[in-house]
Design a binder for this molecule. Structure first.
Ligand code: PEP
Ligand code: MN
Length: 337
């Protein structure tokens, strides 16, 4: 439920109403506009207390939020959320390209790939140190050593970095090394991880679960916002369908739909979404056309030697070509890159 306060409500008036909201057992989120302050009241069945809120002197009008997710909804916040990571803005006019290897393998290889993707135009470096692998016998990631290499690559290139946290015990460690923390598809409904991610002061890149409905995806983002972290970047990475000629089915219709339902930025990962190198360029173009705010792409200098996902990683020359093609495409949609 959104309370729009009367014009000219004083700071004291705002504090008093917030106190009353808390006493009624709800939490609140204040948004101060040029002319008016609005307060989002969240909690189980807040609308049932509508009459009490109507009786507050400073309240001008009340708007119920029809969706089960509140803070992430467009109803709650009309303007797009723009998330700043160092000098990079995610969710603005500029398309943000995140690129790098699936896993951090060696320091040398990471620095090499970081240089390649930066030169081609990527603005954020990716790389996993704690890998969620289907097989327990597959490479699980370098752990903290990998984080050290990632931080070094960030220092050398100046690129902000993103890496995945698989569980709550890794959050504190990873937030010491990484600018953005990724929560992967397999953990999209790890509610304890979402709650803890809501308490840290780093942006979260939340990937759509491979069998998650859009509403469930947004409810997971709501977990993070409801604990106080408003900086959530959504990522469409494909869902499981009967189709098995691609690794997943990249559901690009989610992008314009989520743009209507939520103010949060959304990027697309065509690497995991298709699992096929030759589809990454066309699906990147389609992602931009669908309204995505950015792309996340796996790149490797020697995909045949990669310890994970080499088959879907772009070669440096392919990534350079992709960036070149993107520069033309984005203009059509009045964006830049
Ligand atoms: C990844 O981005 O490294 C990854 C494992 O992706 P997802 O969680 O989408 O499978
Ligand atoms: Mn991967």
């Amino acid at each position: 439920m959104i309370l729009t306060l009367k014009k000219g409500t004083t700071q004291k008036g705002i504090e008093q109403i917030c106190h009353k909201i808390t006493k009624l057992g709800f939490s609140f989120h204040i948004s101060k506009g040029k002319e008016r302050t609005i307060i989002g009241v969240v909690g189980e069945n807040a609308i049932a207390k509508r009459e009490i809120f109507e009786s507050f002197f400073v309240v001008d009008s009340i708007t119920p939020i029809s969706k089960p997710y509140k803070l992430v909804s467009r109803e709650f916040k009309k303007e797009n959320t723009v998330i700043k990571v160092k000098k990079v803005k995610i969710g603005g006019k500029k398309i943000v390209v995140i690129a790098g290897p699936c896993s951090i393998e060696t320091e040398k290889r990471l620095l090499e790939i970081a240089g390649i993707v930066q030169k081609a135009g990527a603005v954020i470096l990716r790389g996993g140190a704690f890998k969620p692998r289907t097989s327990p016998y597959s490479f699980q990631g370098l752990g903290e050593k990998g984080l050290e290499y990632l931080a070094k690559a960030s220092r050398i290139t100046g690129l902000p970095v993103v890496t995945e946290a698989r569980d709550t015990s890794q959050l504190e460690l990873i937030s010491r090394y990484s600018d953005i923390i990724q929560i992967g598809a397999r953990n999209m409904q790890n509610f304890d991880l979402l709650k803890e991610a809501g308490k840290i002061k780093k942006p979260i890149l939340l990937k759509r679960g491979m069998s998650a409905k859009i509403e469930e995806f947004l409810m997971s983002a709501e977990y993070i916002l409801s604990r106080g972290n408003n900086d959530v970047i959504l990522c469409e990475r494909g869902i499981r369908t009967f189709e098995d000629s691609t690794r997943f089915t990249l559901d690009l219709s989610s992008v314009p739909l989520i743009k209507r339902l939520s103010h949060l930025p959304i990027i697309v990962d065509p690497s995991h979404g298709t699992g096929r190198r030759e589809l990454i360029l066309p699906m990147s173009m389609a992602a931009i056309a669908s309204g995505a705010d950015g792309l996340m792409i796996e790149v490797h200098s020697r995909p045949e030697e990669a310890l994970s996902d080499g088959f879907q990683s772009l070669l440096p020359k392919d990534f350079r070509r992709l960036m070149k093609e993107m520069r033309g495409i984005v203009k059509v949609f009045k964006r830049s890159i």
